[in-house]
Design a protein. Sequence first.
Length: 277
Amino acid sequence: MLGNGKKIGKKKNNLKMNKVIWITGASSGIGAELAIQYAKEDGVSLILSARREKQLNEVKSICDVKTPIVLLPFDLIDFEKAEVHVKKAISIFGKIDVLINNGGISQRSKILGSTFKVFQTLIEVDYLGTVALSHALLPHFVNQKNGHFVVLSSVMGKFASPFRSGYCAAKHALHGFFDALRMEHKKDNINVTMICPGFVQTKITINALTENGTPLGTNDPKTKKGLNLTQFCKKMRRAIASNKWEVYYGKKEKWGVYLKRISNQLLHTVVVRSQVR
């Protein structure tokens, strides 16, 4: 007891108090912005992953220096090493609380004319890469009786659109997998949040796959006029903090989710007439 009559309490383990958030696809766009925003929060430690280590270092240099940030670069489609990546991630801070599955790639090509490799790449990157990493991390969440999977889907995971067939397929598959995971592991206090944005001001269209698998290389008007990246990520963080199951963000495009519930045929007509690319 101190001279002023106050008791000396045990020092709390700050590491255990910290929430450890692991973000994939953190080298640019949504992942990078999330890292910058989370680094401003108290009690957060970050693990940032992506293929491009140089860009990850650039993102880290922008983040608040007071926040513990460790880079763990790897390729999402390196499925066989998913368990290795998970073990490395857990060893950094001793635990993982939230995995934000943000890594992915888009598409701008018609079905007829696209090589099969385009569809294979989209499924590997947008679906199997996320599933492999989440599957490898799941036992850790089960053992600690707590965990949160956040999945960057899209409104294209709820309905379809021309020029995005493989992308839509991969995003729809994510919903099936993670809805089932949520059901199977409710007893383990494991949360799943599906984030479904429409157009957001990022470079996703520039990097979208074309018919032969090469990047499109240009942006499109709807993406340029999409949601502000900073504001979208703020909304996304609120949804994560509130343990939302599924949220939709966007302008006119998000209403396609609700229109599909009324009439698939009407949605088809609206999307075709929109001449979206």
